[in-house]
Design a protein around this ligand. Structure first.
Ligand code: SAH
Ligand code: AVI
Length: 330
C-alpha cells in the first residue's frame, strides 16, 4: 500500500494505484457493451462528485441525511454505551459528518482511540481526517483509500478495544441484493465477538417522497448523475457530451429501489479513446448509473441472516423514514 500521509495522529494509506484506471476502464467496457448499458455508482465520486454529494445532503428534498443524523443525535450515547467501542471503522466515510456524532459520544464516554475511515475518494478522506483530529484530542486516524468491495482485508487490525464498523447513509442500498449480501459477509469478517456493525438503511415509503429526493428542484442530483460522464471523459479520454443526457429517477415498486439513469436526448456516437471503443446511443436510450434500495426491517434481517449476522438493535427517526441497526456475528 502507498503511504500518502504520516504525521503524529494521521496515517493515510492508499490501495489504489495507476491500475485503478483499469478498474474504471473494465467497468466501462463491460457496462457500455451490455444490451442494457450500466456503470456502477462508485465512479461518481471524484473530488467534484463527493462535493456534489455533500450539496445533495443539504437539499430540502433529500431526507435520508437529516433522518439518519436525527437518529444518531438521539442514540449515539446509547450505541457507544452498548458497544463500549473505542474504535470506529467507517466504510464509505465521505465527509465524516455523521462519524463525528459517534466520535463525540465515544469521547464523552472516555473510550475514543481510533477512527479508521475507508473511501475511494482521496480528497474527501484527507479533508475529513484533518478535521476530526483537530476536533478530538488524542484521536488517531488510520485512513484507507480503497474500494470496500475489494480492500476490506486492508482495514487495520483492531487495536484491542471493541469496535464499531459503520456503513452509513444508506450506501448498502446502492448494491443489488446478491452483491449486498456478499459485502455484508465481507464486513462480518472484520468483526470480532465484541464488535458490532452499525448499518444505515433508508426505509420504504411513499414513492413520491423518494422520487423527489432523487430529482431535486435545483438540479444538483442531475449534475451528480452526469458527473459519471465527466469522470469517464477525463480518465478514459472519452467525448461524452454530458448535457446531452437527461437525468431520470424513478421508483421501481417491484424491487423497491430507486433507479437513476441518464437518457440520451438525441442519437449519440461516443468515442472512448483508451478503450478503442465507439458506443452508439439511440435517442431516448438509457444508461443506468445507480440503484438505491429501500428497506423494511424483515428485509434487513433476511440480509443479515444470509450473511451470518444477527440484528441486535433497531432505531428509526420519529417519522420512520430511515433506520440504523446494530448487528453482531452469529
Ligand atoms: N457515509 C457518508 C457518505 C455517503 S456517500 C454519509 O452517510 O453521508 C457514499 C460514500 O461512499 C462516498 O464518499 C463514496 O466515495 C464512497 N464509496 C462509494 N462506493 C465505494 C466503494 N466501493 N468503496 C469505497 N468507498 C465507496
Ligand atoms: C450514497 N448513497 C447512499 C446515496 C443514495 O441516496 O443512494 C447516493 C445518492 N444518489 C443520489 N442522491 C444521493
Amino acid at each position: 500500500m502507498r503511504q500518502l500521509l504520516d504525521s503524529d495522529n494521521i496515517r493515510i494509506r492508499s490501495c489504489l494505484s495507476g491500475s485503478e484506471e483499469r478498474v474504471l476502464a473494465d467497468d466501462v467496457l463491460d457496462g457500455l457493451t451490455r444490451p442494457f448499458k450500466e456503470i456502477p455508482p462508485k465512479h461518481f465520486y471524484d473530488a467534484r462528485g463527493s462535493d456534489l454529494f455533500e450539496q445533495i445532503c443539504e437539499l430540502p428534498e433529500y431526507y435520508p441525511t437529516r433522518a439518519e443524523r436525527e437518529i444518531l443525535e438521539h442514540r449515539a450515547d446509547e450505541i457507544v454505551h452498548a458497544t463500549r467501542a473505542g474504535e470506529l471503522v467507517e466504510l464509505g466515510s465521505g465527509a465524516a459528518e455523521k462519524a463525528r456524532i459517534l466520535l463525540g459520544a465515544m469521547y464523552r464516554a472516555g473510550t475514543l482511540r481510533r477512527y479508521v475511515p475507508l473511501d475511494v475518494s482521496e480528497q474527501a478522506l484527507e479533508d475529513a481526517a484533518r478535521q476530526v483530529v483537530a476536533e478530538y484530542d488524542g484521536l488517531m486516524v488510520d485512513g484507507v483509500i480503497g474500494d470496500f468491495e475489494r480492500h476490506l482485508d486492508r482495514v487495520p487490525r483492531r487495536d484491542g478495544s471493541p469496535r464499531i464498523v459503520a456503513l452509513l447513509g444508506g450506501t448498502i442500498g446502492n448494491f443489488p441484493p446478491g452483491t449486498r449480501r456478499r459485502l455484508l459477509r465481507g464486513i462480518r469478517r472484520l468483526l470480532g465477538p465484541d464488535d458490532r456493525l452499525l448499518l444505515g438503511t433508508d426505509l420504504v415509503k411513499d414513492p413520491a417522497v423518494i422520487e423527489a429526493a432523487y430529482d431535486d428542484s435545483k438540479g444538483i442530483t442531475a449534475e451528480f448523475n452526469r458527473n459519471i460522464l465527466h469522470v469517464i471523459n477525463r480518465e478514459l479520454d472519452a467525448d461524452f457530451t454530458p448535457e446531452a443526457f437527461d437525468h431520470v429517477a424513478f421508483f421501481d415498486r417491484r424491487n423497491e429501489w430507486i433507479e437513476m439513469r441518464l437518457r440520451a436526448c438525441r442519437p449519440q456516437s461516443v468515442r472512448i479513446e483508451q478503450l478503442g471503443l465507439r458506443v452508439e446511443f439511440a435517442p431516448g436510450e438509457e444508461l443506468r448509473t445507480e440503484i438505491s434500495a429501500k428497506f423494511t426491517r424483515p428485509r434487513v434481517e433476511a440480509d443479515y441472516g444470509a450473511a451470518g449476522l444477527r440484528l441486535e438493535r433497531w432505531f428509526t427517526d420519529a417519522r420512520e423514514r430511515f433506520a440504523l441497526s446494530l448487528a453482531s456475528r452469529r
